[in-house]
Design a protein around this ligand. Structure first.
Ligand code: 8DG
Ligand code: MG
Length: 311
């Protein structure tokens, strides 16, 4: 829940043309001093987050933010201070970044982020900055249909994929997995395997827990680089956050053609739920690419979908 007395801070994830991210080091004597951070600072009275972001990045690193979109909101209670970190992804900027306040500054790859010491609130920001705004879910009734869907997903430049294939005949699952994994490696797509599939020893980039599998666990599954989970309500979201899941899919947001009568959350409940966890949340159900902007402004990481990427 948003804490009204929390210090509202605009934070920028700035990337250069090679995809490296800008980090600065906080001065020794300030709150969270000596730790590395994404540049940014407190909102002035009456300022929007975007205006504060523009001002702070001009003051701290001398760049002009031309375009930015929300990435994630973090509510964090430090022993001495509550903060609301409103983290935006800078899409376009002008000027050459330089450390205008005498602070150390570095451009680092998303992989290198884990080598730096950040304030405790920053872990989900780092995760969010390593994730795209689209998460495709691969389904299909036949091997041919699944592989056809995968080709369309690749053409739509999706870089994060869940192998779900629950509608596929059992005997075909292993063969389809092999073909999908080979294509994912070829196209640099991160692949997560749904925990309900009989593929527990298969190699992939991670595991996607069904909500049932999520609730059955008290700890994060080991030996997976990425752990995601399906959630439908606050207890599931909180459980995912508590056991250290990296990101979640929240569903269903809108009614779908396959489940027209199922209860859906709607935009308002979705926004309220996302606000209560510090996790990257993909929205799923009845959504299409035109909805991405609304999802981002509601605090979500982006859109997940089975059919959204098949056009
Ligand atoms: N900018 C930034 N602040 C962060 C991050 N993580 C995190 O916990 N914080 C906290 C530390 C501070 O309590 C607060 C940001 O305040 P700040 O010291 O940057 O604010 P400011 O730039 O307006 O500073 P000043 O003008 O008062 O010197 O948010 C982060 O990644 N970036
Ligand atoms: Mg600052």
């Amino acid at each position: 829940m948003t804490n009204c007395r929390a210090l509202h801070v605009a934070v920028g994830v700035v990337r250069d043309d090679d995809g490296r991210i800008l980090l600065t080091q906080r001065a020794k004597h300030v709150h969270q001093g000596g730790l590395w951070e994404f540049p940014g600072g407190k909102l002035d009275p009456g300022e929007s987050v975007f205006q504060a972001l523009q001002r702070e990045l001009q003051e701290e690193v001398g760049i002009d933010v031309l375009d930015a979109q929300p990435l994630i909101k973090i509510n964090h209670q430090y022993p001495d201070l509550a903060v609301l970190l409103d983290v935006w992804q800078v899409k376009r900027f002008s000027g050459l970044a330089s450390a205008l306040e005498g602070q150390a500054m570095q451009w680092v790859t998303p992989q290198q982020l884990s080598e730096f010491d950040f304030p405790a609130a920053n872990l989900p920001i780092i995760t969010a900055s390593r994730l795209p705004d689209r998460y495709a879910i691969l389904e299909g009734h036949t091997t041919q249909q699944v592989l056809g869907h995968l080709d369309k997903i690749i053409r739509n430049q999706v870089s994060l994929l869940q192998l779900r294939i629950k509608s596929l005949p059992h005997a075909e699952i292993e063969t389809v997995y092999r073909a999908v994994w080979a294509k994912c490696r070829q196209h640099s797509i991160r692949l997560l395997i749904n925990s309900d599939l009989p593929l527990s020893h298969a190699t992939a980039d991670g595991i996607h827990l069904s909500s049932r599998a999520l609730l059955a666990r008290q700890t994060r599954p080991k030996a997976h680089e990425w752990v995601a989970a399906s959630c439908h309500n606050l207890p599931e979201l909180k459980h995912a956050e508590n056991i250290g899941v990296d990101f979640v899919v929240l569903a269903p947001i809108l009614p779908t053609s396959t489940h027209p009568d199922a209860m859906s959350l709607g935009w308002k409940n979705m926004t309220a739920l996302i606000e209560q966890v510090n996790l990257p949340v993909f929205a799923l159900g009845g959504l299409n690419m035109q909805d991405v902007n609304q999802i981002l402004h509601a605090g979500g990481q982006g859109i997940a979908g089975i059919s959204a990427f098949l056009s």
